[in-house]
Design a binder for this molecule. Structure first.
Ligand code: AMP
Ligand code: MG
Length: 488
C-alpha cells in the first residue's frame, strides 16, 4: 500500500507537470508483466494512453486511474553530513498497482524540490532504466524500471539537455531517510505509524514479536548487509550511498553516478563528485553499516516506548553489531560460488583474497575474469590457461591457479557441472559505462535501438549471446574513464 500517513505535512499531494510531445525511449516488458499491463506485438502497452500516463501528462487512462499522486519528505546524511530536510524533489508517487508502487522520476517540481527543477535528463534516465533492469536480472534486489519517456523539453544542467521521465516500481519506496525525518522532528507518533505501516505491509514476521521495532531494525539491517555483499560480488559501485538513498526494503535504489567495475581496482570511485572516496568500492560495506547506524539512532524513540534510553541504545547497538557478520557470511558464500566451490573450506577466504589482490595489482577485468574461470578444466596445464596472461606477475597467478585447481580437485569437482554452476552466478554481460554511453549518444539523436539492444542483453546476463561478444569486452583505455557525477 502506498505510503500515506493521514494529515501529515511530510506527505504532499502533487500533480505531475506535463511535457510536450512525449515519446518512448525505453520500455521493459518484463516490468510491465509484473503489473499486468497488456502488451502488443512490439512489447509496448496495447493502450497508447500509457505513454501519456508515464509522461506525467494524465492520471486517468480509463483502464488505470491514479487520482491521488503525492510526494513525501525525507531527511538524510549526505556524504556523512546531516542534510536536514530532503524529499521527493523530483519523484511523484502515482499510487499502487498490482502490489507495486508506481513512481515517476523527473515529472516536475514538488514541495520538496528546494532549488531543483524537478526534472531528470535523458542520459541519467536511460542509465537508471537500464541498470534497474540489469540488476533485477542479476538477481539483486532493486527498484524496477518500467519505462523511460522522453520529450524535447529543454532542461538546464552544465549544458542544455532534454527531459525524460523514468517510471519506477517497488513494493515500497520508503527509505532510511523517512525514519530520520520523523526522528529529527521528534514526531514519535508519525515515526511509530511509519514503522507500523512497514511492518504490516512488508515485514509481517515482526508483528507478533515483543520487540517489533527491534526486529524490524534487524531485518532491514540484514537485508541491506546481504544487498551490499551482492553488489561487491558483481563489482557494482552505487556512487551515492547517502542515507536518503538507502531502501527500507533492502532494494538498490536511486541510480545516479553508479558504475560497474571494469578493470578491478579495490578503491575504485565511480562518482566524480566523491573526491574523498567515501563511496569507493571497498568502502561500500562499512558505509552501509554506517547507514544502518543512522537507522538505529532514528528508531531509539520507538524502543524507549518499552525501555529506558540506555536499554534501547544497548539493544540497537547489539543488533547493529550483527551487520558485519551477516555481510561477511553472504560475501563468503557468494565468492565461493563465483569460484565454483560447492563445499566450504578453511583456506577459501584466503584464496579469494589472494585472487582479488592479484586482480587489483594487474587491473584485471572483474567480470571477464570470473566468467573465464568457469571454463578452466581440472586437468589444464597452467600455460594453456589464457586468463593468466591478464596478470603482470605470472609466477604469482600461476601459484594461485595451481592452489585453485588443487582446491577444486579436493572436492572432486566436475568440470561440466561446475561450469554450469559458475556461469549462472558470474555474468557475461554487465552495464558497462561505455556501453550505456554509446546507447545514450544514439538516443540523444533519437535512435533508441541501442537502449533496446542493451535491455535485451542485460535481461539475460548469464547467457552467451554469441552475436554480441563485443558487449562483453572491457573498454579500451580511452573509454575506461568516462566520468559520471551527481548532476543529472
Ligand atoms: P539524489 O542525489 O539524486 O539522491 O538527490 C538528493 C535530493 O535532491 C533528493 O531529495 C532529490 O529528490 C533531490 N533532487 C535531485 N535532483 C533534483 C532536481 N532536479 N529537482 C528537484 N529535486 C532534486
Ligand atoms: Mg536520492
Amino acid at each position: 500500500m502506498a505510503f500515506t500517513l493521514s494529515g501529515d505535512d511530510a506527505i504532499h499531494p502533487v500533480l505531475p507537470s506535463p511535457v510536450p510531445d512525449p515519446y518512448w525511449v525505453g520500455f521493459s516488458s518484463s516490468a510491465a508483466q509484473l503489473i499486468g499491463i497488456p502488451l502488443n506485438a512490439a512489447g509496448l502497452p496495447q493502450d497508447p494512453a500509457w505513454l501519456a500516463l508515464l509522461a506525467g501528462n494524465t492520471l486517468d487512462i480509463g483502464s488505470q486511474q491514479f487520482p491521488n499522486p503525492l510526494a513525501s519528505a525525507y531527511s538524510g546524511h549526505q556524504f556523512g553530513v546531516w542534510a536536514g530536510q530532503l524529499g521527493d524533489g523530483r519523484a511523484i508517487l502515482l499510487g499502487d498497482i498490482a502490489g507495486q508502487e508506481l513512481q515517476l522520476k523527473g515529472a516536475g517540481k514538488t514541495r520538496y524540490s528546494r532549488m531543483g527543477d524537478g526534472r531528470a535528463v535523458l542520459r541519467s534516465s536511460i542509465r537508471e532504466f537500464l541498470c534497474s533492469e540489469a540488476m533485477h536480472s542479476l538477481g539483486i534486489p532493486t527498484t524496477r524500471a518500467l519505462s523511460v519517456v522522453g520529450s524535447d523539453l529543454p532542461v538546464r544542467r552544465e549544458t542544455i539537455e532534454t527531459a525524460a521521465i523514468c517510471a519506477r516500481l517497488a513494493p515500497s519506496f520508503i527509505r532510511i531517510g523517512h525514519f530520520e525525518h520523523y526522528a529529527a522532528s521528534q514526531n514519535v507518533d508519525r515515526l511509530k505509524e511509519l514503522a507500523d505501516l512497514l511492518i504490516q505491509d512488508h515485514y509481517p514476521e515482526c508483528q507478533p514479536s515483543d520487540e517489533p521495532y527491534l526486529d524490524l531494525f534487524k531485518q532491514i539491517s540484514s537485508r541491506n548487509a546481504i544487498l551490499v555483499a551482492q553488489w561487491q560480488a558483481v563489482g557494482f559501485c552505487h556512487g551515492v550511498l547517502n542515507s536518503d538513498n538507502i531502501s527500507a526494503l533492502g532494494l538498490t535504489i536511486d541510480y545516479g553516478p553508479f558504475g560497474f567495475l571494469d578493470h578491478f581496482q579495490i578503491d575504485h570511485i565511480c562518482n566524480h563528485s566523491d573526491q574523498g572516496g567515501r563511496y569507493a568500492y571497498h568502502r561500500q560495506p562499512q558505509i552501509m553499516h554506517w547507514n544502518m547506524a543512522c537507522l538505529a539512532s532514528a528508531l531509539i524513540p520507538l524502543l524507549t516506548l518499552n525501555h529506558s534510553e540506555e536499554e534501547a541504545q544497548t539493544l540497537l547497538k547489539e543488533a547493529l553489531d550483527h551487520f558485519p557478520t551477516v555481510y561477511a557470511q553472504e560475501w563468503q558464500s557468494l565468492f565461493r560460488a563465483k569460484l565454483g566451490f560447492s563445499t566450504s573450506e578453511d583456506g577459501d577466504i584466503q584464496l579469494i583474497e589472494r585472487l582479488l589482490q592479484a586482480m587489483h595489482d594487474s587491473r584485471v577485468d572483474f567480470t571477464n575474469l570470473f566468467r573465464g574461470l568457469s571454463s578452466i578444466s581440472l586437468n589444464s596445464a597452467l600455460d594453456t590457461i589464457d586468463l593468466r596472461n591478464d596478470f603482470i606477475n605470472q609466477p604469482l597467478i600461476d601459484q594461485w591457479l595451481s592452489d585453485y585447481l588443487l582446491r577444486l580437485r579436493a572436492e572432486s569437482s566436475d568440470d561440466v557441472e561446475r561450469k554450469h554452476r559458475m556461469s549462472s552466478v558470474n555474468p557475461k554481460y554487465i552495464l558497462r559505462n561505455h556501453l550505456a554511453q554509446a546507447a545514450i549518444e544514439k538516443a540523444q539523436n533519437k535512435d533508441f535501438s541501442g537502449v533496446a539492444t542493451l535491455l535485451k542483453l542485460l535481461e539475460k546476463p548469464f547467457d552467451e549471446h554469441p552475436a554480441f561478444q563485443e558487449y562483453a569486452i572491457a573498454p579500451p583505455p580511452n573509454l575506461a574513464t568516462i566520468e559520471v557525477s551527481c548532476s543529472s
